[in-house]
Write a protein that binds this ligand. Sequence first.
Ligand code: PHE
Length: 356
Amino acid sequence: MAAEKVNDQERDNPEMVALREEALAALSKAASLAELEEARVAFLGRKGKLTSLLQGIKDLPPQDRRRAGMMANRLKGWLEQAIDEREKELRRMELEAGLRGERLDVTLPGRHVTYGSRHLISSIIEEIEDIFIAMGYRVAEGPEVELDYYNFEALNTPEWHPSKSLQDTFYVDASAVGREDVLLRTHTSPVQIRVMESTSPPLYVIAPGKAYRHDVPDATHSPMFHQVEGLAVDERISLADLKGTLEFFAKRMFGEDRAVRFRPHFFPFTEPSAEVDVSCIICGGKGCRVCKGTGWLEILGAGMVDPNVFGYVGYDAERYSGFAFGMGVDRIAMLKYGVPDIRYLFDNDLRLLAQF
Ligand code: PHE
């Protein structure tokens, strides 16, 4: 701040001493350039306090004017210099505050980024896809909201079949879609029909996706679950091809020393049909808690495509034969990774999701 020495002349003039004190206080109070400008106007502006004081000098008695004029001008000079200095000070403070705000500490640890990961079910589906793609299959998809025709009728499933009942199948409200034959597919098998309708043999496809059944959720049931459907149609396809294909798959998926076992079963759209077991992926077949002592785990249904199904899609059943299978993805995931409850897969709980 400018020299603050009070000289004799000023001491004579209490008005100027007061003005000087007042100005000093105003300058140090000004905390920004805008406030400093306000203070400058208050003293040196057109109607400022010092300006009016200077203007008043001409009204003094002539013998006092010279001295008062000198003093007032000195005060003005002092004040201008004080404002200048305060301005420099404020600019320096603003610059420092700005630099402080922009300071970059390159030694600080980085911000942690949490990565998402693929859902276990998606990974398993991709693993299954890779195994079949390596055998020359392609991947197909179909709608989850299906027509009765694709889900049941063209799959040779009679009107009276229990899986068609309201207890087992979610039907879409007829008033909403204007027809009574729309439902959530109960398996991925309707994709077989859609693929055959749009392609001629030979064909080798798998179709992963969601399926829906009117089940009460418990540790092993979920009204929404996942399947991978498989379909091969060509000349001279036999049950041996089905067995070899599934054996190759089981070894790739679960380990080289896995075996498969076919148990006779019934599906309307395959003949003959089988339920297929894989030797227990936990105990290898000796018998354990997971396979309930049997040494085997049931993971899919399969069979030779029923010639009636070829009739629905216009394939020549004399020339072509084929096999189909459908496996439960959720069950495979649970067995392979020891997930004790199917509902854990769909809870969106990070304690499960973050493990895969
Ligand atoms: N769609 C059958 C099911 O969901 C499985 C299956 C598919 C059986 C293909 C035979 C052939 O149970």
